[in-house]
Write a protein that binds this ligand. Structure first.
Ligand code: CP
Ligand code: NVA
Length: 314
């Protein structure tokens, strides 16, 4: 494996896993494991002392907000929570102006918002690194933490089968991108009308081909989970889709991770969910609370994975 000069990430944006090579993603993961071990050992690591991260949120968050704020603090810096409702962006100030103003004051920006284009525009006008904390299209920070969690529990990534059952949403997209780059077999099972974006599928399939992975999209959830090493699901209605919730509830019947799914998967399979979860919908209470569920390790790893992102790009 090629070794990457860690200083080469400085100033880069973290917007999509598709933008990074397998070697680069491995480097983020290595740093994440190192920082986790240091934190567990009680060794301080103030490598971003004096630096500030602006955190723009136009959608709700528990994990992303807390992990970035605690993460920058543990790295010796300071996080600044900027609610989309309170800053002038919410009153119509442009993304371009916001980007240029914040670039004069902070050292990095994390943004969680609806439109992916808004994040691309922020990155275009900012002179500091932009980190994507979730858009309607992608959730790359979550998948970096997911890959880290899979490594911890399975000891490897390449060659594993990851089955995602449910909505072809931001999570499905980033899992395809991350899985493809790391050589996993990613299978997405979604009902018709809720399949992942074909443009993302094509890019992920190209990435998979170049990196020893395999990406496919199918209809049948039972077929997807058969022999899988990792089972993954996410809510049927994402943030911003609240009005479609009842229609989606019907469309997604059967697209659930249950004890029946576990019977078809590898006996050693692990279950992931980005959270928040809707028990009884995309996952049963029994499975999420069961022995094969690693969802709270996964949630914790948001902290370590994002510390790695900040430590490398800021
Ligand atoms: N998984 C995740 O991003 O959680 P939050 O919405 O709580 O940030
Ligand atoms: N797909 C979900 C993920 C939440 C972390 C959403 O966008 O609401």
């Amino acid at each position: 494996m090629k070794t990457i000069d860690r200083s080469s990430f400085k100033g880069r944006d973290f917007i999509s896993l598709h933008d990074f090579s397998q070697e680069e993603l491995n480097c983020f993961l290595e740093v994440a494991h190192e920082l986790k071990a240091e934190q567990k050992a009680g060794h301080p690591h103030p490598i971003l002392q004096g630096k500030t991260l602006g955190m723009i949120f136009t959608k709700s968050s528990t994990r992303t907000r807390v992990s970035f704020e605690v993460g920058i603090y543990q790295l010796g810096g300071q996080g600044l929570f900027l609610s989309g409702r309170d800053i002038q962006l919410g009153r119509g100030e442009t993304i371009a102006d916001t980007a240029r103003v914040l670039s004069r004051m902070v050292d990095g920006i994390m943004i969680r918002t609806f439109s992916h284009q808004e994040v691309l525009d922020l990155a275009k006008y900012a002179t500091i690194p932009i980190i994507n904390g979730l858009t309607d299209l992608l959730h790359p920070c979550q998948v970096l933490a997911d890959l880290m969690t899979i490594q911890e529990h399975k000891g490897r990534l390449a060659g594993l089968k990851l089955a995602y059952v449910g909505d072809g949403n931001n999570m499905a997209h980033s899992l395809m991108f991350g899985g493809a780059k790391m050589g996993l077999h990613v299978v997405i099972a979604s009902p018709s009308g809720y399949k992942p974006d074909p443009a993302i599928v094509t890019l992920a399939q190209e990435d998979a081909k170049a990196n020893g992975g395999f990406v496919e999209v199918i209809d049948d959830p039972s077929e997807a989970v058969k022999g899988a090493d990792v089972l993954y699901t996410d809510v049927w209605a994402s943030m911003g889709q609240e009005a479609e919730a009842s229609e989606r509830m019907k469309a997604f019947q059967g697209y659930q991770i249950s004890s029946e799914s576990l019977k078809l998967a590898q006996p050693s399979a692990i279950v992931l969910h980005c959270l928040p979860a809707h028990r009884g919908e995309e996952i049963t209470d029994e499975v999420i609370e069961g022995a094969q569920s690693v969802v709270f390790d996964e949630a914790e790893n948001r902290l370590h994975a994002q510390k790695a992102i900040m430590a490398l790009v800021m």
